[in-house]
Design a protein around this ligand. Structure first.
Ligand SMILES: Cc1cc2nc3c(=O)[nH]c(=O)nc-3n(C[C@H](O)[C@H](O)[C@H](O)COP(=O)(O)OP(=O)(O)OC[C@H]3O[C@@H](n4cnc5c(N)ncnc54)[C@H](O)[C@@H]3O)c2cc1C
Length: 499
């Protein structure tokens, strides 16, 4: 071990671990974060990719959570306007659904539970006239619209890690924590890295292992770790359903909600299911039955629904929900819980349970509040107003920055520049570096991905394998498609291994 101990050792590089790391580092704490695989390799890359209040949680009386999440929509939209954007949702109305008056009441609450500045409110829509009605079955004549926001979940996690590192945190990926023991007032935390097991000392251990929270708590000697209900949620991706450029919230005939979302310019993302699973290991593959369920739900509403042959990608993740005895998975609270485990004045363990992508910032603040007594010199909360890396556009806005980037690089393809701006915000300038024309960006790997971007991802964003690049740092894997993916993988592996 040796050296000054860390203040915080965080286990888990998902949204919650990286969110806490960034907040804590910005308050002056000495932080190390261990992620077993790649950043966002767990649930945080398998979400519906919405920064949302969660309209349907109102039915379960989750007013606190919905209000907090609605407020966060505004905060996050301001912090990372390159990565997060408002999306219009359509709720088509047909017979047999929740009564119209109930939907209207829900939307009224959604509009008014928290102040809105950047996100528009709800309205009734005539789907015979509004373009959003065109892809739907002709019998659907009316509905409602409201707004939430879309985000690239995995990139948000990486951005938080970049932010944390810029503020002094050490981020260690491919380093599963295998042992954590209390010793002489400190935690001794051992992780298995490529170079073999290494140990560090820390004053506080934060368990942000998501669906693996119970395992990590036990590994740290916490036998009273809270019970989790693990609920798998699957998504499928199909080529964009013609005309479906808005998002749709469908009320399925079993009462569940299915989202149909515009995704990555050319695709439609459909999710999600709710299947209880015994362990996190069972949670990351979407089953045939889930694929059929999502296709059937879509077919109830769309005139030309996708078929099984159209599915180009599917993924699943596990909601780590706090077991509260609710019978159905839909009814379990999506709120988070923070459990502080202190034994005989030994160093504390903070278990982070549940949460949403949307509420990571508030969760991080609440976590540091719980730990304030251990760090009397810690700085005040700061994250509400600080842009995330790449998210400060000075006197301009995101559109203005894109235009300026295109103007400054006339010999680089506009689509390449726009893709870089969306992924990196103002950090696109760092990726481009001294490149003056397309050829300077190195070999084109497929889609808009170039060798220079892969090297940037390796050097600045912890990308180590082709899949880190293809599916989490970018969605190039989707654009490249199944036929070319093996060649792209090979090419990326060579670039990652280059000096
Ligand atoms: C289907 C689905 C849809 C969702 N949609 C939305 C949505 O649209 N909007 C929203 O706000 N929220 C959504 N959520 C909720 C959100 O995705 C999760 O609450 C959130 O991602 C959980 O993040 P986390 O950091 O707690 O867990 P994770 O992202 O799973 O991170 C935990 C990390 O810990 C690591 N780890 C585990 N054990 C160890 C160890 N021993 N050593 C080191 N590392 C370890 C794992 O590899 C993992 O990366 C959705 C969830 C699901 C499942």
């Amino acid at each position: 071990m040796g050296g000054e101990p860390y203040d915080l050792a965080i286990v888990g590089g998902g949204i919650n671990g990286t969110g806490i790391a960034a907040d804590a580092a910005g308050r002056g704490l000495k932080v190390v974060l261990f992620e077993r695989g790649d950043l966002a390799e767990g649930t945080s890359s398998a979400s519906s990719k919405l920064i949302h209040g969660g309209l349907r949680y109102l039915e379960h009386g989750e007013f606190r959570l919905v209000r907090e999440a609605l407020l966060e929509r505004e905060v996050l939209l301001a912090r990372a306007p390159h990565l997060i954007h408002p999306l219009r949702f359509i709720i088509p109305h047909t017979t047999g659904m929740r009564p119209r008056a109930l939907t209207r009441l829900g939307l009224f609450l959604y509009d008014h539970l928290a102040a809105r500045r950047r996100v528009p409110g709800s309205a009734a829509v005539d789907l015979k006239r509004d373009p959003a009605g065109r892809p739907l079955t002709p019998t659907i004549a009316a509905g409602f619209s409201y707004y939430d926001c879309a985000v690239d979940d995995a990139r948000l996690v990486v951005l938080l890690a970049v932010d944390a590192a810029a503020r002094g945190a050490r981020i260690v990926t491919r380093a599963p924590v295998t042992r954590a023991t209390r010793r002489e007032g400190l935690w001794e935390v051992t992780s298995d890295t490529a170079a073999g097991p290494t140990s560090i000392a820390a004053r506080v251990l934060v368990n942000a292992a998501g669906p693996w929270c119970t395992e990590v708590a036990r590994l740290a000697g916490d036998a009273t770790a809270p019970a989790l209900r693990l609920v798998r949620g699957a998504h499928i991706v199909v080529p964009r359903i013609a005309g479906a450029d808005d998002a749709y919230l469908l009320q399925n005939d079993d009462g569940r909600i299915v989202f149909v979302l515009p995704f990555e310019e050319r695709f439609t993302l459909i999710g999600t299911t709710e299947v209880s699973v015994g362990s996190a290991a069972d949670g990351f593959v979407a089953s045939e039955a889930e694929t059929d369920y999502l296709l059937a739900a879509t077919a109830r509403f769309f005139a030309h629904p996708p078929s099984r042959a159209d599915v180009v990608w599917r993924f699943a993740g596990v909601r780590p929900l706090v077991e509260d005895g609710a019978r159905s998975a839909s009814a379990i609270s999506r709120d988070y819980r923070l459990d502080l485990d202190e034994i005989d004045d030994g160093p504390p363990l903070l278990n982070v349970i549940g949460g949403k992508i949307t509420t990571f910032r508030r969760l991080a603040e609440a976590a540091l509040d719980r730990l304030a007594a251990f760090f009397p010199g810690m700085g005040p909360p700061w994250t509400a107003a600080a842009p995330l890396p790449g998210g400060a556009f000075g006197g301009s806005d995101f559109a203005g920055y894109c235009e300026d980037l295109v103007r400054r690089h006339p010999a680089i393809a506009r689509e390449t520049l726009q893709g870089l701006a969306r992924r990196y915000g103002t950090r696109a300038d760092e990726v481009i570096g001294d490149a003056a024309e397309d050829a300077d960006l190195g070999a084109a790997i497929g889609s808009e991905l170039t060798a220079r971007e892969v090297i940037y991802l390796r050097d600045a964003e912890w990308a180590r394998t082709p899949d880190d690049v293809l599916w989490r740092r970018t969605k190039a894997g989707l654009h490249i498609g199944a036929l070319q993916i093996d060649t792209a993988r090979q090419h990326i592996a060579e670039v990652l291994a280059s000096p």
